[in-house]
Design a protein around this ligand. Structure first.
Ligand code: UTP
Length: 454
């Protein structure tokens, strides 16, 4: 990086981006200065290298795959479960765990105005995804007697809106000094002829370049230093758009800490080969995640003799990383994946074009491309209905409505487990505040006090 404008010009010319230089020539005054400044700030070397290297990623798809060993939650006996929980709690009590949420995505499929974490999925309380997460963390922090520091990855596009949302809500009762917002990187967007697109007459279009920017951005923002100063050992990583996320789950922390691997990941059973989640497996003998869009058809549909998917460990973006692993890989320079997306842009006449079909290539890094760097991966298979309610689309599958239903169904199951008769619940959609119960504990008093309290 750090190229002067002459070097930028040569790079653009060498990569068939003459239209950008023509535009720069045409502009005058502040508009010209603005575009020139932006051109000077973009890492074009990395961009064009990524485009040229994109074929090597397709080579990687052909690497041999095998299933990976895992621990199934349902196979763990009660005593061991208690021991894992206790180990997790002891790490929470001594302040060894922090949480990182990746919330820098554009949420283009959802189309919600504002950052995804500000979305209200329609629960009776009207709480946003961010509020649900803050309250789950507060529940554990209060019980542990130690606040879990919370690191929130935003993008240049949504940082201000995210910060304003938290401010306006008084940080949802979270100590502001324990919340750390940090911004991720972006990369230019190209059209399907590999030409750079414009977001305005005097501005190239850039987009957040994937959750794989997380460690680098933690490093650059000073968040890793903050983690070290606090004495953290583990970093709990999750997506902003999972309405059921059990952030900093003590049992998961306990399991990760009882193994010597630098990464642990939660998985769920994938039953439908077309479900849009990746698979956790071994590739070339190393831990790996294969993204759903990159799974070969014959592999995707492979079944064992009992008819179950052969590769059935579904990836749900819930990980624990050892802090020293995060630090060692903050400069990893992961490869970019190229995704085709529908993106509005400004054409050469200055008009806004809103395409109806995917028209643009976005470059994205994926955090799980670091998995092969780990000597081992602890894989924890958990229950889908307790852990996974993704909010990706406006309606239908993986939408606010489906996530709302999953949250309310889980809360209903907690209440029935606490001894409330099903008939009593029949007409009620009861939401349990995370401040009251993290995962169904402590609900027996509902039985005594009736159902109107929440
Ligand atoms: P997705 O890949 O589902 O992307 O992100 P998205 O931006 O939410 O939605 P679409 O694809 O545009 O519809 C999975 C998680 O990774 C985060 C998202 O915020 C989400 O929590 N993410 C994604 C980032 O933090 N940065 C990115 O550049 C991309």
């Amino acid at each position: 990086m750090g190229l002067n404008i002459q070097e930028v010009r040569s790079l653009l010319l060498a990569n068939n981006q003459d239209h950008v230089l023509d535009r720069l020539e045409r502009l005058k005054g502040p508009a010209k200065d603005k575009l020139a400044a932006q051109l000077g700030s973009i890492d074009f070397e990395a961009l064009f290298r990524a485009i040229h290297d994109s074929t090597s990623l397709s080579e990687k798809l052909k690497e041999p795959m095998e299933p990976i060993p895992y621990v199934n939650e349902t196979d763990i006996g009660e005593k061991e479960q208690q021991a894992l929980n206790e180990l997790g709690w002891s790490l929470l009590r001594t302040g060894k765990v922090g949480a990182v949420v990746v919330a820098g995505g554009q949420g283009s499929r959802l189309g919600h105005e504002g950052p995804k974490g500000t979305l209200d999925i329609g629960l009776p309380s009207g709480k946003s995804l961010f509020q649900l997460q803050a309250e789950r963390l507060l529940n554990l922090s209060n019980r542990a007697g130690k606040t879990i520091p919370w690191y929130i990855m935003t993008s240049p596009q949504n940082q201000a809106a995210t910060e304003m949302f938290f401010h306006a809500a008084d940080w949802f009762g979270y100590p502001p000094e324990d919340i750390f917002l940090f911004q991720q990187q972006t990369m230019p967007v190209l059209d399907h002829n590999w030409k750079l697109l414009f977001a305005a007459e005097d501005e190239l279009m850039v987009a957040p370049s994937g959750h794989g920017e997380c460690f680098a951005s933690l490093g650059k923002s000073g968040a890793i230093d903050d983690m070290k100063r606090r004495g953290l050992e583990w970093v709990f990583y999750y997506n902003v758009d999972n309405a059921l996320i059990k952030i900093a789950d003590p049992a998961f922390i306990g399991l990760a800490a009882s193994h010597s691997n630098p990464i642990a990941t939660k998985v769920i059973e994938k039953t439908d080969s077309e479900e849009k989640i990746g698979i956790v497996c071994l590739k070339n003998g190393r831990p790996a995640v294969v993204e759903y869009s990159e799974i070969q058809d014959d592999v995707k549909n492979l079944r064992d003799t009992a008819g179950r998917l052969f590769y059935n460990l579904g990836h749900i973006s819930i990980h624990l990383f050892k802090l020293d692993f995060v630090e060692r890989h903050a400069d990893a320079g992961l490869d970019y994946h190229i995704a085709s997306k529908k993106m509005a842009y400004i054409d050469e006449n200055g008009s806004l074009v809103k395409p109806s079909e995917p028209n643009a290539y976005k470059l994205e890094r994926f955090i799980f491309d670091l998995f092969p760097q780990a000597n081992g991966l602890t894989v924890f298979k958990t229950k889908r209905e307790e852990e996974f309610a993704p909010v990706k689309n406006k309606g239908g599958e993986d939408s606010p409505q489906s996530a709302r239903r999953l949250v309310l169904d889980l809360h209903r199951s907690w209440l029935t487990a606490a001894g409330i008769a099903v008939e009593e619940l029949h007409d009620h959609d009861i939401e349990i505040s995370p401040l009251r119960s993290y995962s169904g504990e402590g609900l027996h008093e509902y039985k005594a006090s009736g159902l109107s309290s929440e």
